[in-house]
Design a protein around this ligand. Sequence first.
Ligand code: FE2
Length: 386
Amino acid sequence: MSKELKSVDYGLEKIFDGAQDFLPLLGTDYVEFYVGNAKQAAHFYKTAFGFQSEAYSGLETGKKDRVSYVLRQDKIRLVLTSPLGSASPINEHIVKHGDGVKVVALWVEDARSAFEETTKRGAKPFMEPEVEKDEHGEVVRSGIYTYGETVHMFVERKNYNGQFLPGYRKWESDYNPEPTGLKYIDHMVGNVGWGEMNTWVKWYEDVMGFVNFLTFDDKQITTEYSALMSKVMSNGNGRIKFPINEPAEGIKKSQIEEYLDFYEGPGVQHLAVATDDIVKTVAALKARGVEFLPPPPQAYYDDIPRRLGAHMDTMKEDLNKLQELSILVDADEEGYLLQIFTKPLQDRPTLFFEIIQRMGAKGFGAGNFKALFESIEREQAQRGTL
Ligand code: FE2
């Protein structure tokens, strides 16, 4: 592992010990959504979230069966793909799951070795290593299935200096809304079925060499009505963090069950994107029509000084401003974090975004779970799915 990698390890040095280096990951490369209408989805992510037009592939680039729009904001790259005819297998994915994340692509040094190392450890192949070339060089990609029909692609781009991938062209647009300050993907969460969390934890350990560095049981993640369990998996350098959730028994239906019902199986529940200035980012997102979960009650904000303790003195943000924007606050030994969750981003109550600003804290907002899930339950009640 290079020196440069270690210098940005998010302070998770302790997990280097347990993690294995047969699959060195340099970062997230892109996240690809299969959607019903990529052209309109691209407009939404540009307008509402401030993503920038980056690359395009479709009929004009010689692609006959599908169209893909690549959007970028700082280090976050989204690919929105739709089929161009009824024969495409992408249709089956959309019919079953609705709009959602198909590919979580990981940036690697060597996509052939990534494929070999993971498949020999039991991964189900999605795509054998393939070399794609154009005048800017070559990219090697391979892919494996993870939970449900979700895929991890391995992308080796060290011999490529084009826009995105061969087969794409630069997407020049006259419509370029301002970015909203989203920087990089902090973590990506998967929802899996009843009793399957540990199966997938073991899969990430065995197949990907990840380690489980945080666990939340159904006693910690519970409200009066519903519960879930979660384990956070991380790769060796701490750049890639995948919490895995499963539903737990409660009086009413948990949000994970609702997700599984509407996605018709396991899949990506949320993408957490980091910002350096959550107040500015969330104000901008709200002004552009992004909908967030309803605010927690007054008592939640009254209790923040007690929950934050000494971190309250170092807090740079104005608590009234945070409350005005319904931003949640949590702290651990090392610092605090600020976070907020959007409502589902498509018709089905499945995928949503989290906006997160870390001020030293390494956790996932465990102190907010109760308030957060109560907000989700109020939404579920309106949908008749609680
Ligand atoms: Fe999260």
